[in-house]
Design a protein around this ligand. Structure first.
Ligand code: F6R
Length: 613
């Protein structure tokens, strides 16, 4: 996740901005930069890699500048590089901006600006903002920022400075955070409170559409049309640790709550509201997609579950046969591969040793490889022929949550693109599913809001009831099978309770022997064509006296009578339901582990990235 830090005051800004960037390091970044408003004009330093490199590039010279901006970048558009690091400038070098988020219409804006004579120095979506401000520079910075916001689509927060008004910073937000810190004779502006928590606890949280102008004396607020606004100052009571977690008790809970954002970012610019998909960035053209005769998915752990979920959609919607295997098996089993088999390697880190080995093996066998990863520039991206990024931001909790739903969303985009290229789906059905997918960030948000602000209602009650159980069985069918595997993995890895996850139809072939009076059985039973089959499985479970905890779609009247507990999710298309149904299962595992007193961010024996063979 990118980080913004700004300072306007009486002290030299450089060390304060660098310290602020350090406080945002935990959010992850691949490059960093700052701009200081020196007497001779803006002085910019940027560096690829960690902040030590930026500090080295900035040198030891104390800068007298009392206004400046800093940024840590997590690449989404344009690879990590010094040129793509922020701040970005207009053509004159007088305007500098730092931006978090995504400008969805940047391609059109860039074309328009280039036609008007602007020259660009980066591959980013963000740079258009500096040039749009330049277009209106004569109006003054606050008005130019407001005019710019009118041109932008997407979700973003940015701050701008100009050599023509070197004492002010202008910031704005639209569906991405921006906070003002109020000091004595100095002001701070940042994307997250930890950036300035050591300097002041008095803050103003901007609303969407707010434009703020800060200087050493204070802040003034307006809407994007220039109408003045009043904004209240509040006091932060969090300590630094809580601030890093955004007020959540753990990174894992914070990341569960970041899932709507991770989904929105992953879909942004790739899926229109009308349901049309554009994955031209991926590096696989329609002709290549049409020529495919098979897809082979390889991955480990949670990424494997995302692949398994998607495999059902690919076969059903794009009518391409799909094989899937865990990477550690695939690489040692002499798989049959050819040039017409697309191998999709899924790895949020892009560094998992078994998945990388599987990717190499596939390429050696002559198969094209598509890497699906969350990390720009990771090893998987260097070894693959084509790359598709999830844009979930850095995941700190060891248990994967937001990267998982982002993987499923990206794979569904891929599925729709494949179905379109191959003409396997009627246009109205393809667009309908696309529209439902477009809605998934909102539906996940609604689901999370229903849990209560602190995530302690609803699912928590179920967790309290069952946290002492010694074994959980998870059942699902079709895409819900992948979801139940993922729910079971979450529970075992953070609460150390043994779990089994089975395709529900397999239960009677063995695992049913495990069931007893009161055994908890989690059934993923969201609305889908296999729902009646799941009802039969639930009956089988109940006949053994076991307790059914169902994950079901709101409005399903049948399920409540068949289950001890129901974890409701918004009703949706069955493919979209896979991203909704996993959320209560993540929360169930989370609450059980917390009730038992475990450190969910750092479970025993596990590492975030498994680089050993
Ligand atoms: C489980 C989990 C792991 C990872 C697996 C693959 O919560 O995080 O199972 O999914 O180690 O990691 P990546 O996706 O980085 O290849």
């Amino acid at each position: 996740m990118c980080g913004i830090v700004g300072y306007a005051g009486r002290r030299p800004g450089k060390p304060i901005i660098l310290q602020g960037l350090r406080r945002l390091e935990y959010r992850g970044y691949d490059s960093a930069g700052l701009v200081l408003m020196e007497d001779g004009g803006p002085a910019t330093v940027r560096a690829l890699g960690n902040l030590d490199r930026l500090v080295a590039a900035a040198g030891d010279d104390p800068s007298p500048a009392r206004v400046g901006l800093g940024h840590t970048r997590w690449a989404t558009h344009g690879r990590p590089s010094e040129d793509n690091a922020h701040p970005h400038h207009d053509c004159t070098g007088r305007v500098s901006i730092v931006l978090n988020g995504i400008i969805e219409n940047y391609k059109d804006l860039r074309t328009e600006l280039v036609d008007a004579g602007h020259s660009f120095t980066s591959e980013t979506d963000a740079e258009v903002v500096a040039h749009l401000i330049e277009e209106r520079a004569a109006d003054g910075l606050p008005a130019a920022v407001r005019a710019t916001v009118h041109r932008l689509e997407g979700h973003f927060a940015f701050c701008a400075v100009s050599a023509d008004e070197p004492d002010i910073i202008v910031g704005t937000r639209h569906e991405a955070p921006l906070v003002v810190g109020v000091g004595e004779g100095e002001m701070f502006i940042a994307s997250a409170i930890p950036a300035f928590l050591s300097e002041t606890r008095r803050i103003v949280v901007l609303d969407d559409g707010d434009v703020v102008t800060v200087d050493a004396a204070g802040a003034s607020f307006s809407d994007i049309d220039g109408n003045a606004l009043e904004r209240e100052v509040s006091e932060v009571t969090w300590d630094a640790d809580a601030a890093e977690k955004g007020g959540y008790e753990t990174f894992m809970l914070k990341e569960i709550y970041e899932q709507p954002q991770a989904l929105a970012d992953t879909l942004a610019g790739r899926l229109t509201r009308a349901g049309e998909v554009d994955l031209s960035e991926m590096g696989l053209g329609d002709d290549e997609l049409r020529r495919l005769r098979r897809v082979f998915i390889v991955a480990c752990g949670t990424s494997y579950h995302a692949g398994l979920i998607a495999s059902y959609a690919i076969e059903e919607l794009a009518r391409v046969p799909v094989q899937i295997d865990v990477a550690s098996e695939f690489r040692y089993r002499a798989p049959v591969l050819d040039a017409e088999t697309l191998v999709i390697g899924i790895s949020q880190s892009g560094e998992t040793a078994d998945t990388l080995a599987a990717i190499r093996l596939a390429r050696e066998a002559g198969s094209p490889v598509l890497a699906l990863t969350n990390i720009m520039g990771s090893q998987a991206t260097r070894e693959a022929d084509a790359v598709l990024y999830t844009r979930a931001g850095l995941e700190i909790g060891v248990a994967a949550t937001k990267t998982h739903v982002a993987q499923v969303a990206a794979l569904l985009l891929f599925t729709l693109a494949l179905a379109h290229a191959r003409g396997t789906l009627a246009d109205d059905e393809r667009l309908r599913i696309g529209r439902e997918l477009h809605d998934v960030p909102r539906l996940v948000q609604r689901l999370l809001d229903a849990q209560g602000d602190d995530g302690h209602d609803g699912v928590r009650r179920v967790a309290e009831r069952y946290h002492d159980e010694r074994f959980f069985l998870y059942l699902g069918r079709n895409m819900g099978f992948g979801v139940c595997l993922e729910g079971a993995l979450k529970l075992k890895e953070i609460s150390y309770i043994p779990t089994e996850a089975y395709a529900a139809g397999e239960m009677k072939h063995g695992p049913i022997a495990l069931l007893d009076e009161g055994s908890p059985v989690v059934v993923v039973a969201t609305d889908s064509p296999v729902f009646p089959k799941l009802v039969s499985n639930i009956e089988e479970v109940r006949a053994r006296g076991a307790d059914v905890i169902a994950v079901a779609s709101e409005g399903n009247t049948e399920i409540a009578e068949l289950s001890e507990d129901v974890l409701w999710v918004p009703a949706s298309d069955p493919r979209v339901a896979s991203m909704l149904a996993v959320v209560p299962l993540q929360l169930l595992a989370y609450h059980i582990a917390r009730i038992k007193g475990f450190n969910v961010d750092q479970p025993r024996n596990l590492a975030k990235t498994v680089t050993v063979e």
